[in-house]
Design a protein around this ligand. Sequence first.
Ligand code: G3P
Length: 281
Amino acid sequence: MQIYLDTANLEEIHEGFTLGVVDGITTNPSLIKRERDRLAAKGEPVEMKDVLNDILETAGPEHPVSLEVIGTTYADFVREGKILYDTFNGVAGNVVIKIPINPVIGESTQAQYDGLKAIHNFAKQDIPVNCTLIFTPEQALLAAKAGAKYLSPFAGRVDDYLRKTFTDNEFDKTDYYPGGGFPEEGVCYHDDGIVSGIDLVARIVHVMETHDIEVFDGSKPAVLAASLRNARQVREAAEVGADIATLPYPVIGELLVHHKTEEGMKGFVADVVPEYRKIFE
Ligand code: G3P
């Protein structure tokens, strides 16, 4: 499974690529806002073009970087996606245009098809698209058929919805929610049959494995598990066959932690004898 960083934070991105485990970057307007606020709080001038150039250059040609459109209609998506691609793909050839599966907000159904149409428009130009805000396997299927190279199910937000809707439990959004669902009296809480964020990812993986869908470059659409917030969720995303997991930077740190690793370290450090230490002097 590939690992992407889900951040626009330049410090995290610079540091992340020194680890040798980061395969790409995903951003969205909320993550860009967070980075704008971080830089502004440091009193640094925020020139967004420079921020994006830095992200793309740091990632380099082998590591895709998703940049999201900001509008809500087909015309917006086509115009903004083209601006993003034309302005920034020249930096390192790694821009992926991120488009929501369905941009409708509120009652209007006018724009319901606009995400798909825009995905298809870019796919026809061989421009890679990451389809975002996927909450059902059927949305993923349509995005794949329209030509999206990456399918982004938002696992953590499914878990948020289920625990908010069906339990009175206080929770932090980084808390683990069982990938197998939360059973009560033999029945799992579910959102139209989806029992957890990881279940959503698993079902999309299954659909992609079952059907031969190819995108413009002959590859199969990659299932990019997004909105992952803790280590165990990442383990489960890997177990169910997600092609990519995009993670907040601190979650990579969490993946490294085990109490027996720490206990072992204590023992090794305590057992260093002077004769051995001398070797290193
Ligand atoms: O990549 C999607 C991600 O940024 C959303 O994460 O934690 O806000 O649901 P979250």
